[in-house]
Design a binder for this molecule. Structure first.
Ligand SMILES: Cc1cc2nc3c(=O)[nH]c(=O)nc-3n(C[C@H](O)[C@H](O)[C@H](O)COP(=O)(O)O)c2cc1C
Length: 285
């Protein structure tokens, strides 16, 4: 639902740029039926209109997720964080963040611990590994998920040191890399940012996605990089202690939900994530 919200917000910003007003009707078939998650999430009506340009439009093609360690010499200031969290988002969503050293230390430890739980739980580890594509030829065949490429990766995979099969086996270096990638990333965080919703309806989840795109586009405008670290937000039994800790550290009240959690900092612009061609998933009625 969050990803659907990301799509809808990007569409609305781009439509405005092309001179169309966007009217979004969420869940046209309702959310009461058991299979509503398999039904359309939104009906979007585009009408030719004079729309005031959204300054975030210019960032759409520059925005990208960064999984590399962030620059330790270029720290995020409170003013920069305030500018980011002040971005206009749907009313159902609150944007918050911290650069407080003690809070950062606790959140980094939690991000690492929750990734360990995900990696040490076979069914959640395998779910992640299923979406990892290693090396240029695998990535070209699967233009989705999480791609890992580069010269070091090419050598490691050709020497048999890095593979999806080995990532499923806790005795291997490939498995260990699932943990060290997140450790290195989290330990280099300059700040953390999160989104909170007051309730957790499907509409709130879509609103969180719309908000998340605006936060990421605003971070791009400021020259900052974002990287979600979602493990502690996941709702499965083994993660329950980390889930509770995340709620405590982000001052999340009883009925509230943390929808997104990410590290923030400076890094060189990496590659864009390969994605399927637009034409491959458009169909006409
Ligand atoms: C709800 C949600 C949660 C995500 N959580 C993570 C995460 O924990 N770790 C991660 O590396 N990517 C995560 N991602 C994926 C990336 O942020 C990003 O959307 C995806 O890799 C596409 O890459 P791009 O942002 O460079 O276009 C998440 C995406 C969504 C929509």
């Amino acid at each position: 639902m969050i990803a659907q919200g990301c799509f809808i917000e990007t569409l609305a910003i781009a439509a405005g740029h092309l001179g169309y007003a966007t009217e979004v009707m969420l869940f046209p078939d309702g959310t009461a039926r058991a299979d509503f998650e398999m039904r359309p999430v939104a009906e979007v009506l585009l009408t030719k209109a004079t729309v005031s340009a959204d300054p975030l439009f210019g960032q759409i093609l520059h925005r990208r997720t960064s999984r590399v360690p962030f620059d330790q010499k270029h720290v995020v200031t409170q003013t920069e964080l305030n500018q980011l969290t002040a971005v206009r988002v749907p009313a159902a969503i609150e944007v918050a963040g911290t650069i407080n050293a003690e809070k950062m230390r606790q959140l980094t430890a939690l991000a690492i611990a929750s990734n360990e739980v995900e990696c040490d739980t076979p069914r959640t580890r395998n779910e992640t590994v299923d979406h990892i594509h290693i090396g240029a030829s695998e990535i070209a065949k699967n233009r989705e998920g999480i791609s890992i490429a580069g010269t070091g990766v090419w050598w490691a995979s050709h020497l048999g040191l890095l593979s999806n099969a080995a990532m499923r086996d806790p005795s291997t270096k490939s498995f260990a890399s699932l943990k060290t990638m997140v450790e290195d990333a989290a330990e280099s965080s300059n700040a953390y940012v999160w989104l909170k919703s007051h309730t957790n309806s499907p509409e709130d989840q879509v609103a969180a996605g719309r908000a998340w795109v605006r936060v990421t586009l605003q971070s791009t405008a400021q020259g900052l990089m974002l990287h979600p670290l979602s493990q502690a937000l996941e709702e499965f039994a083994e993660m329950a202690p980390q889930h509770v800790k995340m709620r405590q550290l982000t001052l999340c009240e009883d009925q509230e939900t943390i929808q997104m959690f990410a590290r923030l900092g400076y890094a060189a612009e990496g590659e864009h994530s390969p994605r399927r061609r637009v034409g491959s998933f458009i169909s006409s009625a």
